[in-house]
Design a protein around this ligand. Structure first.
Ligand SMILES: Cc1ncc(COP(=O)(O)O)c(C=O)c1O
Length: 469
């Protein structure tokens, strides 16, 4: 009997967590249960997820920035349906497919003219692996430099340039010749580059972990130093690209001219894995430099038709709905309104971000009762406080957010770029309410904190206290 997907889902929806516990990542299931994220969603549209009762959940996580254009966009659905209906030849491999040529052309139109060659692959990490290989082949050097707290993915090359030891533990040995500098430390950067053995400096224009970025000309100077010492500049735009920061690309905020750009996440509108490495032709050709090396770097599914068509549709949605401009304007409004909350809530240390990539950082509050709660949680795990707020936003206000990284007092929001006044209102009022609830110590919100403490004390040291995406 052919698969009847609709009936199958109808029949078994609700078994999600039991199935995962049995066959997939059972540790993740445990964490989701502890932090109260074990919800079953039945449908999704735009900026919202819906449970089986039809209740809406505002999605300010966007699948870690996959859904810049919102979930289940009809224009991308149509493009995917058309690919299926047309019975197109797919992944012939020993041909040149039209759709991959068209997506490369469309992507390059949105990038500075010095970037003129594209390599397609399937994930952010894979694009970083490609960028590392292209940089090593082009420079003949092996060194890789990245920034403290960097996140470039979890495959081995990407993991080697990671700036958070938590992710690396247990997976070594990693790539040799990798080192890091602190964001803003030009002297350390210059010292390392001057050795002239560094193939590339990798940076996320706005760091995913913690939403940090320089307020000065650090990147501009870093680029100048890279050029002076023959090092390539890789801008990892996997999360910041495609309008997320209120510009098409994060590097535009500093007018950078990167040698290599990595793109993924939102490129297919959230439907099909797709990623790209974009670079200058001269760099590209140093990898594919002889006829026998024409597939020396390649990926079987890299140029598949579904991904390419979804990519074409996504780029046109971003443009037609002016989502980059929208992200810029709504980002300014969100920052303004969140900063206004700072006046009332001494817990808020700083609100920072660019476009729709925003962090709210907390610190020890002035009020005595609040300080007691704060100290209690921080005595166990630093990130438990931020997780308590994130879980409260979810359980009481049905808003999906995340903590910004391990050991941080930071909540991060990545609203879909289609979000508007309604979504901004809902989030700001909910955060205001949650922070007001914190003033009652002891009180229900701190009870939640206490339950996290119980789990944190019980868990083996190898398990994360909370999930930091
Ligand atoms: C900047 C950056 N680079 C690379 C990656 C890895 O992407 P993927 O999870 O698709 O491998 C991520 C994922 O969050 C990211 O934020």
């Amino acid at each position: 009997m052919p698969l009847d997907l609709k009936s199958l889902i109808q029949l078994r929806l609700g078994e999600n967590y039991a199935l995962h516990e049995q066959h997939l990542n059972s540790t993740l299931v445990r964490v989701q249960r502890i932090i109260g994220y074990d919800e079953v969603y039945a449908r999704a549209e735009g900026a919202y997820l819906y449970d089986r009762q039809g209740r809406d959940y505002l999605d300010f996580l966007s699948g870690y920035s996959v859904f810049n254009i919102g979930r289940n966009h009809p224009a991308v659905q149509r493009a995917i349906r058309e690919v299926l209906e047309l019975d197109l030849p797919n992944m012939v491999q020993m041909d040149c497919s039209l759709l991959s040529g068209l997506l490369a052309e469309a992507l390059l139109k949105r990038l500075p003219p010095h970037l003129d060659a594209v390599f397609f692959c399937n994930s952010g990490a894979e694009s970083v692996e490609g960028a590392i290989k292209f940089a090593r082949a082009a420079t003949g050097r092996s060194g890789l430099l990245s920034i403290d707290k960097a996140f470039h993915g979890l495959s081995h090359g990407a993991l080697s340039v990671m700036g958070d030891a938590h992710f690396q533990e247990g997976f070594g040995p990693l790539l040799a010749d990798c080192s890091r500098v602190a964001l803003g430390d030009l002297a350390a950067l210059e010292e390392k580059l001057a050795r002239r053995d560094i193939a590339a400096l990798l940076l996320e224009p706005v760091q995913g972990k913690g939403v940090n970025f320089p307020r000065d000309d650090f990147y501009v100077e870093a680029q100048r130093l890279c050029r002076a010492h023959g090092t390539l500049l890789i801008c990892d735009e996997v999360q910041t690209g495609l309008g997320r920061t209120g510009r098409w690309w994060g590097f535009e905020h500093w007018n950078l001219e990167p040698d290599i750009v990595t793109v993924a996440k939102s490129l297919s509108g959230g439907y099909v894995p797709v990623a790209a490495v974009v670079t200058r032709r001269a760099i590209y050709q140093r990898t594919f430099n002889r006829l026998d090396r024409c597939v020396v770097h390649s990926s079987t599914f890299g140029r598949n038709n579904l991904a390419m068509a979804a990519g074409l549709a996504t780029l046109s949605v971003l443009e037609e709905e002016q989502l980059v401009e929208r992200a810029r304007d709504n980002g300014i409004e969100l920052l303004r309104r969140l900063n206004a909350l700072k006046e009332w809530h001494s817990l808020i240390k700083e609100v920072r971000g660019l476009g729709m990539m925003i962090a709210i950082e907390f610190h020890e509050p002035r009020e005595l009762a609040l300080r007691m709660g704060w100290k209690l949680l921080h005595g166990v795990e630093p990130e438990l406080f931020a997780q308590m707020l994130v879980t409260s936003l979810f359980k009481r206000h049905r808003i999906l957010t995340q903590i910004a990284g391990h050991g941080m007092d930071v909540i991060k929001i990545l609203p879909p770029l289609i979000s508007g006044e309604r979504e901004i209102d809902r989030f700001v009022s909910a955060l205001d309410a949650v922070l007001t609830d914190c003033r009652s110590f002891p009180g229900p919100i701190w009870d939640l904190g206490a339950s996290f403490i119980r789990h944190a004390i019980k868990r083996p040291k190898s398990e994360p206290a909370v999930a930091a995406g």
